[in-house]
Design a protein around this ligand. Structure first.
Ligand code: ATP
Ligand code: MG
Length: 257
């Protein structure tokens, strides 16, 4: 009989088995917005969740941090997500919201990025080192003393990314990370992602980024996983993209590919 994998070997692995995620509809009923989804993201892998508006990408990410009710099994490393493991699971996961306003609450960029490491009980030197490193990663070291609330949307997104990176999570969940970034900031973020050995789950409409990173792609439509595989396989399958509502028959995305 095969021995169970050691905790080290599964660190950073995110595994979803038969997962359904529920939201409350206008009439108060609980409705599935993700249905029976099974997906495994290997340690260090970058998996891009793509699909039309309303497909369920954000809902899936929220379920992974226990922010929406779900059925099925979600594993973060060797942890099975549930009431008792939620706190520990959240320590291992960084989340970058689509809207930085929902995430940023401190008076300065420095405080914002330091918050997570401080919550983890790290000493001041370690916290400062992590803040410096994370701000360098997003090119915002000069902004350390600024108020996050007086920054542009793209700058705020970069602060939110730095805040997530500073906790050195096993896995990072990004919701639309390249939205509203200028071309150089977008490229810098993609470079950071390409160089990272962290597991990443990225909800995005930036199909070009998925191709550029040669990421794994999970194509979701109306709450169901319709295809998964290497970006270059999934995203160059015009017929599949048309069926999933991501391209038109005429192939308007032709120039992108
Ligand atoms: N706060 C909410 N309450 C109830 N239903 C919601 C809520 N937010 C989203 N939904 C519904 O849940 C479903 C999935 O939405 P979700 O935001 O997860 O999609 P998405 O794939 O992230 O879309 P987008 O590309 O527009 O960000 C949709 O049918 C949406 O209408
Ligand atoms: Mg979304």
């Amino acid at each position: 009989m095969q021995a169970p994998p050691s905790p080290r070997a599964v660190r950073g692995r995110v595994a979803l088995e038969n997962v359904s995620v529920f939201r409350t509809a206008d009439d108060g009923s609980s409705q599935p917005v993700i249905e029976a989804l099974t997906l495994e993201v290997a340690p260090g892998e970058c998996c891009m969740l793509v699909g039309p508006n309303g497909a369920g990408k954000t809902s899936l990410l929220l379920a992974l941090v226990g922010a929406l009710p779900f059925t099925g099994r979600i594993q973060i490393g060797e942890l099975t997500l549930g009431e008792r493991t939620l706190k520990e699971a959240r320590r291992r996961i960084g989340f970058v919201f689509a809207n930085p306003d929902e995430q940023l609450f401190c008076e300065t960029v420095q405080r914002e990025v330091a918050f997570g490491p401080e919550q983890h009980g790290l000493g001041r030197d370690e916290v400062n080192a992590r803040v410096g490193h994370a701000l360098d990663e997003v090119g915002l070291r000069a902004y350390a003393g600024r108020s996050p609330h007086h920054l542009s949307l793209g700058e705020q997104r970069r602060v939110a990314i730095a805040a997530a990176l500073a906790t050195e999570p096993d896995a990072v969940l990004f919701d639309e990370p390249t939205a509203s970034l200028d071309p150089l900031a977008r490229q810098a973020l993609l470079d950071t992602m390409a160089a990272s050995d962290r597991t990443m789950l990225v909800a995005t409409h930036d199909l070009a980024a998925a191709l550029e990173l040669d990421a794994t792609v999970a194509l979701i439509q109306q709450g169901k996983l319709v295809s998964s595989g290497r970006g270059r396989e999934v995203l160059t399958n015009q017929e599949l993209l048309v069926r999933a509502g991501l391209a038109t028959q005429g192939g308007e995305r032709g120039s992108l590919l």
